[in-house]
Design a binder for this molecule. Structure first.
Ligand code: AMP
Length: 187
């Protein structure tokens, strides 16, 4: 299966992506995780990405697209993948379409994990305490939610028009949400 998981910061995409990876035997590819690994490793890509991430802005499309193309070209992604956090802009949608067309494959589903704003802000502030992520301060969180609403939320319409969108309520116990996701993907 080739799946995109989309949803606001704090909706639980990372947690659920890890579970779907196990259940569906496909690699979960998180652009945020790849950027964070690069920041930690102090690579050139990491240095560039950090400035944007810390401000709650998106890393420029050219950089992100190239990184994803490289990752999707790896062997473990040949037979399926779950993208977590990509695409996030209309330009990234176009670019992903090109990558998939070049490989002669297609998406099976785009799952939107929904959660209301107050809930996600609360979750992100809690995560800040635990993980100490530099982009989990309240101001940056609010900005990331605004950027999501402006740049990424509209992508759900693009995929709905293609008949690919499934919406799943991200509120509730982790196991419960995983069950909902798997049921939506089986439907
Ligand atoms: P995430 O872990 O998905 O919340 O991503 C953390 C940060 O990484 C985002 O706030 C962006 O700065 C950056 N990032 C992750 N994925 C993308 C993407 N597809 N396009 C641009 N920036 C991204």
């Amino acid at each position: 299966m080739r799946i995109i998981l989309i949803g606001p910061p704090g909706a639980g995409k990372g947690t659920q992506a890890a579970r779907l990876q196990e259940a569906l035997h496909i690699p979960a590819i998180s652009t945020g995780d790849i950027f964070r690994a690069n920041v930690k490793g102090e690579t050139e890509l990491g240095k560039l990405a950090k400035r944007y991430m810390d401000a709650g802005e998106y890393v420029p499309d050219e950089v992100t697209n190239k990184m994803v193309a490289d990752r999707l070209g790896q062997d473990d992604a040949k037979n399926g993948f779950l993208l977590d956090g990509y695409p996030r802009t209309a330009a990234q949608v176009d670019e992903l379409d090109k990558m998939l067309a070049a490989a002669d494959v297609a998406l099976d589903a785009v799952v939107e994990l929904t959660a209301d704003t107050d809930e996600v802000v609360g979750r992100l502030l809690a995560r800040a305490q635990i993980q100490g992520r530099s982009d989990d301060t309240e101001d940056v969180i609010r900005h990331r939610l605004d950027v999501y609403a402006a740049e990424t939320q509209p992508l759900t319409t693009i995929y709905a028009d293609r008949g690919l969108l499934k919406q799943v309520d991200g509120l509730g116990e982790i196991d419960e949400v995983t069950d909902r996701l798997l049921k939506a993907l089986q439907a």
